[in-house]
Design a protein around this ligand. Structure first.
Ligand code: ATP
Ligand code: MG
Length: 418
C-alpha cells in the first residue's frame, strides 16, 4: 500500500465540525467592521520577498527566521505572506488608494515557520484592519473602540487592553541608546535571544517571554520617559478618549511589538486564559511605512486579530456561537418516493428561503435513513414511502418528541413555517 501523505507540521485542517464557528465569527467581524465604514480588500498570498524584508525589517524574527521564501520559475524570490500589513500597503500604493483616506480590512491565511505549539502555527489566520491617511489619535481610539465592540458582539470576556507609545523615530533612537547601555551593563543576565538582539533589535528584548528576563526588564529605563512632545500629547489624548468612552486599559511601557515599522501608538489585547500565547489582537501606528515602500507619505495605523487564538478563547470561555441546526431531513423509501423527494425539496426551497433541508440520497431502508436523519440534528424528519406517494401526503416527525403527523403536500410549506 502506498504511504499516505500527511499535512505539513503546523498547518491544520479546519474540519466541518469547527468551520461553523469560524463562519459565525467571521460574519460577526465583517458585520462590525462594515458598520464602522471599513471596506474589505483582498490581496495575494504570495508577494516579492523584498516587500516583507523592507517593511517588517531585516533583523526581526519574522524576516530572520520565519518566512516561507522560494525561488519561482523566473528566478524571482517570492514569499508566502507572514502578515497582511505589507501587502495591504503595497496594494494601496499600487492602486492609487492613498489619494484619500481609507478604512480597510482583510482576512486570510498567513505563514510563519515558527515552532508549532498551542496557539502558534505555521499557517494561521488573521483578520486585519488598516486605516490610511488619518493623523490620529482619533483614529487610534476608533480602532481600539472597534475591537472592544467586536469582543462585546462575540460575547467575549477575559481580554485586557494594553497600550503604549513608541514615540517618534528620533525618540526611539535616543531611548535605544539608553537601553543598550543598560543591557550592556547587565550582559551576564541576558539570555541567548537577548544577546543576539542587543545590538540588532534591543527594544525587542523588553518583549521577551522568558521569565528569567523579567526582573531585568522590569528595571529597565522606560520609553515613556523619552517620548517627544507630539507623541506624548497624542498618547494623552488617546487615553482621555478611551477614558471618556469607558474602555479600560493598562499602560504597558514594555509593549514594543516585534515589527520594525511601528511608531507612536501600539496596543495589544491579551488574555491569561490561553497559556503563553495570550495575545489575541495586536496593532499600532506605522506612519513611515508607506513612504518606505515608495508611496507618497501617508500616515497609517492597523491591527490584526489571530483567529485561531480568538476561537480558542471563545471555546475556553464557553462562548462559542450557537450553531443553527438543519431544519428538516427528507426520508424517502422506494424509487418513486426518492424522485418525489427531490421535487418536493425544490418546491420547499422556493417557498421557504433560508430553509435548511437535506434530502436523503443513496436509498436504504426506513431504519437506516432515520439514522441519518437523527445524526443530522434536523428538527423534523419528512417521510415519504409508497403510501404517502399514493395519497399525496408526507409524514412530518418532530424529532425531539417523536410525534408524527400527516400533512398534504400542498400544505407542507405552511405547516413548517407555522
Ligand atoms: P506573538 O508575540 O504571539 O508571536 P506577534 O507579535 O508575532 O505575536 P503579530 O505579527 O502582530 O504577532 O500578529 C498579530 C496576531 O496574530 C497575534 O497577536 C496572534 O494572535 C496572531 N499570530 C501571530 N503569529 C501566530 C502564529 N504563528 N500562530 C497563530 N497565531 C499567530
Ligand atoms: Mg511572533
Amino acid at each position: 500500500m502506498a504511504d499516505t501523505i500527511r499535512s505539513i507540521r503546523g498547518m491544520n485542517d479546519i474540519l466541518p465540525n469547527t468551520t461553523p464557528y469560524w463562519q459565525a465569527v467571521e460574519s460577526t467581524l465583517n458585520e462590525v467592521l462594515t458598520a464602522y465604514g471599513y471596506q474589505e480588500i483582498r490581496f495575494p498570498i504570495v508577494e516579492k520577498t523584498a516587500l516583507f524584508s523592507r517593511s517588517i525589517g531585516e533583523v526581526t524574527d519574522i524576516v530572520e527566521k520565519e518566512m516561507y521564501s522560494f525561488t519561482d520559475r523566473n528566478g524571482d524570490s517570492l514569499t508566502l505572506r507572514p502578515e497582511g500589513t505589507a501587502g495591504c500597503v503595497r496594494a494601496a500604493i499600487q492602486n492609487g488608494l492613498l489619494n484619500q483616506t481609507q478604512r480597510l480590512w482583510y482576512m486570510g491565511p498567513m505563514f510563519r515557520h515558527e515552532r508549532p505549539q498551542k496557539g502558534r502555527y505555521r499557517q494561521f489566520h488573521q483578520m486585519g484592519v488598516e486605516a490610511y491617511g488619518f493623523k490620529g489619535p482619533d483614529i487610534d481610539a476608533e480602532l481600539i473602540v472597534m475591537t472592544s465592540r467586536l469582543w462585546k458582539k462575540l460575547g467575549l470576556s477575559g481580554l485586557t487592553l494594553q497600550i503604549n507609545s513608541l514615540g517618534s523615530t528620533e525618540a526611539r533612537l535616543a531611548y535605544r541608546q539608553t537601553l543598550v547601555t543598560y543591557y550592556e551593563k547587565n550582559q551576564a543576565l541576558l539570555d541567548e535571544d537577548s544577546q543576539r538582539r542587543l545590538h540588532s533589535n534591543p527594544l525587542r528584548i523588553l518583549d521577551s517571554k522568558n521569565p528569567a528576563m523579567q526582573e531585568l526588564n522590569d528595571k529597565a529605563p522606560t520609553l515613556l520617559d523619552y517620548l517627544d512632545d507630539e507623541s506624548k500629547q497624542d498618547f494623552d489624548a488617546l487615553r482621555e478618549t478611551l477614558d471618556s468612552i469607558g474602555i479600560e486599559y493598562e499602560v504597558n511601557p514594555r509593549l514594543v511589538r516585534g515589527l520594525d515599522y511601528y511608531g507612536k501608538t501600539v496596543f495589544e489585547w491579551v488574555t491569561d486564559h490561553l497559556g503563553s500565547q495570550g495575545t489575541v489582537c495586536a496593532g499600532g501606528r506605522y506612519d513611515s511605512l508607506v513612504e518606505q515602500l515608495g508611496g507618497r507619505g501617508a500616515t497609517a495605523i492597523g491591527f490584526a486579530i489571530g483567529l485561531e487564538r480568538l476561537i480558542a478563547l471563545l471555546e475556553t470561555m464557553n462562548s462559542l456561537p450557537e450553531i443553527e441546526n438543519i431544519d428538516a431531513y427528507i426520508v424517502a423509501v422506494g424509487d418513486n418516493a426518492a424522485k418525489k423527494a427531490l421535487c418536493l425539496a425544490e418546491q420547499l426551497r422556493d417557498q421557504i428561503p433560508g430553509l435548511k433541508l437535506i434530502t436523503h440520497c443513496g436509498g436504504g431502508s426506513f431504519k437506516s435513513q432515520f439514522k441519518h436523519a437523527d445524526r443530522s440534528g434536523a428538527r423534523w424528519s419528512l417521510i415519504l414511502g409508497d403510501d404517502e406517494i399514493n395519497q399525496q401526503v408526507i409524514g412530518v416527525k418532530t424529532m425531539a418528541t417523536g410525534e408524527q403527523e400527516t400533512v398534504p403536500w400542498d400544505a407542507l410549506a405552511n405547516y413548517l413555517q407555522s
